[in-house]
Design a protein around this ligand. Structure first.
Ligand code: SF4
Length: 361
């Protein structure tokens, strides 16, 4: 049961008072339809607050896929972005999964499978003993090329348990840094994002590999050249300004921010860990949470006794879901919004996702 009410949305200035009757009417219609049709509505932590309010469950992408798999329902209307709906279909293909907006994509997930195959070949030619890990923020076709998936909360655990010296980490270069630090491996920065030139890349990584060996590190993390534009644009200045303004505020960042910010923060957490952190520390009153705004708005509504600095950024893909297209999808189940992947791809992606579940537990 969501703690978000129309009064709290209006009071928090997330909704204009004139808009309140329209939102309440949409909520009522969605809730009634959901019951009648036995549908399940998961919503990502970054969705708009009025969408999260009407969801059956809010969480990070992996929690949502696992939850959707466990809940018996006729169909799923996934309030998130496409790779998440794919993940939900991958784990439970017998249940139809719909995405309310086909504009709900992701800048981070845009990775070409051929580029991954080329990089794997390059590392094999170097004689590296490596596993390929894909962050869940990838499409099924890329997941299928990996040994295991991971989330931002379990990435280091999975990397430690895969049993290989090196990790090719696709696609988030900043989360790759977290994995390297936590597993005592050498972080190898990504190559030029526009074109992979093996010679130039070797000139970049060879001295770092030698340095890692000199330090006795347990291996290397080869970072891919991807980043989430929402988190990657956050700057160290954001944190310096906050520290100067309020030295007592707790600064929490997502693992998708740049390494410089990760080093300056009080904690580096996944979205679900951020929610738990705030709940577990009632004595802390002021927070700056550097991630997408949907989570911060919800935290403000759920914890009116705390103060949250507005350091967040909006993801336009996450905000492509609206109450209107959610209702339309729930009611009409448009064929073009049904999310599927070819079966041979789904099987490969499911193997990588299930390996993550096995290794993380
Ligand atoms: S916040 Fe970043 S990773 Fe998440 S959907 Fe938006 S672009 Fe993708």
């Amino acid at each position: 049961m969501s703690l978000i009410t129309i009064d709290s949305l209006v009071k928090g200035r997330n909704v204009h008072p004139d808009e309140a009757p329209r939102i309440v009417a949409l909520w009522d219609e969605i809730r009634q339809l959901k019951r009648e049709r036995n549908a399940f509505i998961p919503a990502h932590n970054y969705q708009a607050a009025e969408v999260q309010a009407v969801a059956d469950y809010c969480g990070d992408s992996f929690e949502l896929a696992v939850k959707s798999r466990a809940i018996a329902s006729e169909y799923v209307v996934f309030c998130g972005v496409r790779f998440m709906a794919e993940g939900c279909h991958t784990l439970a293909p017998e249940r139809p999964v719909y995405l309310p907006s086909l504009d709900a994509l992701c800048s981070l997930a845009e990775v070409d499978e051929d580029d991954v195959l080329e990089r794997q070949e390059f590392l094999r030619a170097l004689g590296r003993d490596f596993s390929t890990m894909t962050y869940v923020n990838t499409y099924a076709s890329v997941k299928a090329l990996s040994d295991s998936c991971c989330t931002s909360s379990n990435a280091a655990t999975i990397a430690a348990r895969l049993g290989k010296r090196d990790i090719l980490f696709v696609p988030d270069q900043n989360l790759a840094y977290q994995v390297a630090i936590k597993t005592k491996r050498m972080y190898l920065p990504p190559p030029d994002p526009n074109a992979f030139h093996p010679k130039e890349y070797r000139a970049l990584i060879d001295p770092l590999i030698r340095e890692g060996e000199r330090q006795g590190l347990s291996g290397c993390v080869f970072a891919w050249e991807g980043a989430c534009h929402v988190h990657h644009e956050m700057s160290e200045r954001d944190i310096h300004v906050l520290r100067a303004q309020d030295p007592e505020a707790v600064i929490i960042v997502h693992g998708e921010v740049r390494p410089e910010l990760q080093r300056l923060a009080d904690a580096v957490l996944s979205t679900s860990q951020m929610v738990k952190y705030v709940e577990a520390h009632p004595e802390k009153k002021r927070f700056a949470v550097l991630t997408e705004c949907g989570l911060i708005v919800r935290m403000e509504l759920e914890h009116p006794d705390r103060q949250f600095y507005k350091t967040c950024r909006l993801c336009q893909y996450m905000k492509a879901t609206t109450l209107e297209n959610l209702l339309e999808t729930l009611r009409d189940r448009p064929a073009e919004r049904l999310i599927t992947v070819p079966e041979e791809v789904r099987v490969g992606a499911a193997r990588a996702m299930l390996r993550m579940i096995e290794l993380a537990s």
